[in-house]
Design a protein around this ligand. Structure first.
Ligand code: SF4
Length: 267
């Protein structure tokens, strides 16, 4: 669901903006629902995003937050300039989070974002989803091989050695047929070594052509809650173009600690 969402959770008191995006330039991931929400109309993308950003600015005036995340069901670098520009007052001096596909993340692009937005800290989230390349490329068709995972892991260190306040976080997908739970746990631990943060995202099926969801064991839920920076069990933002999607077999106990969802594991 597009809009502005306020959270108080493991990541602190923060705002999440779900913006309208253009179709993702990759657009091939087998589980991706975001095409349902994207638009090819520049006027619609710009108009909807102006309204969402204005609402977020009002929200921050009403009750300040130190952290703002912006998601567009694709990569931040694919947003129109009108949107990019209007986000400046929300990013300046705060922890500012965006999503990108890995090919948009370079030393130059990180430097440019920090220079333009002047955030206290820039967090770039990238959806590697699993540390197993055969699953990532075979089942999920992410188009982001292991070489990209290792490039970004090194890049974040290089960026910091140049004084850039930058972190790279990744999404970890679970609860899907074809992603065994033991690979989720192994991926979680590998990602913790490679990146600055890990957000575990429970898979939700939206379209008949998408892979089937799988039940999530209590043991996996507990491990994720204890070791990931955040677990996204699905929240109101996950209603996409009026659809809630399906994810049977989730552990009720597991849902309780983070409450509502984060987002979205898209890029
Ligand atoms: S999951 Fe992300 S990268 Fe893949 S098609 Fe969807 S928006 Fe694009």
């Amino acid at each position: 669901m597009l809009g502005v969402f306020r959270y108080r959770d493991k990541l602190g008191h923060r705002l999440v903006l779900i913006l309208r995006g253009f179709p993702c330039s990759w657009g091939r991931c087998t589980f991706c629902p975001f095409a349902l929400e994207q638009s090819t109309s520049t006027a619609r993308v710009i108009g909807d995003n102006r309204r969402i950003i204005e609402r977020a600015i009002e929200e921050i005036r009403r009750e300040p937050v130190g952290r703002v995340a912006v998601f567009n069901g694709g990569s931040f670098h694919e947003l129109p300039y009108d949107t990019v520009e209007r986000l400046r007052p929300l990013a300046r001096g705060r922890v500012f989070e965006v999503e990108e596909r890995s090919e948009f993340v370079t030393l130059d692009s990180l430097e440019a974002l920090v220079d333009y937005y002047r955030p206290r800290r820039l967090i770039v989230r990238v959806g590697f989803e699993t540390a197993f390349e055969d699953i990532r490329e075979g089942l999920l068709r992410k188009g982001m091989p292991d070489s990209e995972m290792h490039r970004l892991s090194r890049l974040r260190l290089e960026a910091r050695s140049r004084g850039l306040p930058v972190e790279i976080w990744t999404y970890l997908l679970f609860g899907m047929e074809g992603i065994p739970e033991e690979t989720v746990v192994e991926s979680l631990r590998a990602f913790k070594r490679l990146f600055d943060g890990v957000i575990a995202v429970r898979y939700v099926k939206y379209l008949p052509s998408h892979p089937d969801p799988a039940p999530v064991s209590e043991a996996l839920a507990k491990t994720l809650e204890e070791e990931a920076d955040l677990v996204d069990w699905g929240g109101e933002q996950w209603e996409i173009a009026g659809r809630r999607g399906s994810a049977p077999g989730a552990s009720g106990a597991a849902r309780s600690s983070t409450g509502s969802g984060e987002r979205r594991g898209s890029t």
